[in-house]
Design a protein around this ligand. Sequence first.
Ligand code: SF4
Length: 477
Amino acid sequence: MRDFEVVTVSGEEETKIQYEYMKKAREIVAKKEAELGRNLTYCVHTFGCQMNARDSEKLVGILEQVGYVEGEDEHSDFVIYNTCTVRENANNKVYGRLGYLSNYKKKNPVMKIALCGCMMQENVVVEKIKKSYRCVDLIFGTHNIYKFAELLCRTLESDSMIIDIWKDTDKIVEDLPIKRKFSFKSGVNIMFGCNNFCSYCIVPYVRGRERSREPKDIIREIEGLVADGVCEIMLLGQNVNSYGKNLENPISFAELLCAVNEIEGLKRIRFMTSHPKDLSDDLIAAIRDCDKVCHHMHLPLQSGSSRVLQVMNRHYDKEHYLKLVDKLRAEIPDIAITTDIIVGFPGETEEDFEETMDVVSRVRYDSAFTFIYSKRTGTPAASMEEQIPEDVVKERFDRLLKLVQEISSDKAMQLEGRIMPVLVEEMNEQDASLVTGRLDNNSVVHFPGTQDLIGTICQVKLKECKGFYYLGEIVES
Ligand code: SF4
């Protein structure tokens, strides 16, 4: 693994260099296609979070730029896994796929297999792949994804495994090709990395230190997206609330939100993830005052016990978190609040868990992602004593899930009968006469409609609440 990537060329120059490599890769691909008499196909498989999903759109953008076309599945000429390592089972899934692909590759000598993403930032993983999965042609990490065209060229011209992993970088390269998954909505990275070092989390070790994009580059990207038909954007960062701190001319996330809100043609602004320790009054005011910002806040709690929160290194306690929720609701009464909760953190007692249940009962979340603690090698929590027995964790997890679901379906009922704006996202998978969309608070609605409604915001009457989604009818498109 290479140390910190010392900046030798500027971001702009790097963009030019990478387009040169794309030209070179296109020539190699065209020559191969002429030999085979067919297109070369690709398959990008994404694991994990929305940050990874956005990175995969960059990989697809470059692959299509150099001439690859999308294959049906992993039986393609270039297969890349964009990996996640937040939980142990994510790693095992990748090893399972590699086992299958190494046999398939024997039948397709043109095939190239690549791995990138957070899992590749772990030395033990790279050593395991070098030893046990010789079928892999390219391994790179989270810090040099912008060099994909260059690495692709080297891979296409080589038969040996290429490994290029960096410990960290402070470079941000703009304007590389991106192929969006959705025509009407898009994720937009505003920052990379995390400085919080929550004791259970591997992200700071695999995504590096926080670095924010220049606001002018973010605004320019969003203006381009809107001109290209996008009406909803999701501002992405591990902790968007600390956006802008490392900029030469620092601005706050609240200021960025207000600037993005001015963009003509944009309809909806979402963002994730917010860390409670950096949730400021300015940000709450910006959510209240910016008409395009969705009234939905994802505010991870992780635990309701102040003692556990301290061991987790979360920098807030139970009272502080509850005060934030009160402030949010005082300023934005219809705000939907969702969260992340970990059950079974080392040393968690029944009393600690009851504190979590107490916060859930008092906050009454619209929904919650509940996780069983997953030991991540290299994090402080992994070497903590008192790992909780599985049966105890499971029993607590079931109790929590029951409470969360009772509350969120009860809350969902409150909107039944209301007419609300819905962004139509797709045709319903089960029933072709229905379309599926999302409310401002991110809840799902199915209602009768046609393909041409996709990407538009319709007024929909929420006729029936089905617990976690609604059945509706269009009032006005
Ligand atoms: S804020 Fe904490 S949990 Fe979130 S990515 Fe950073 S270290 Fe991980």
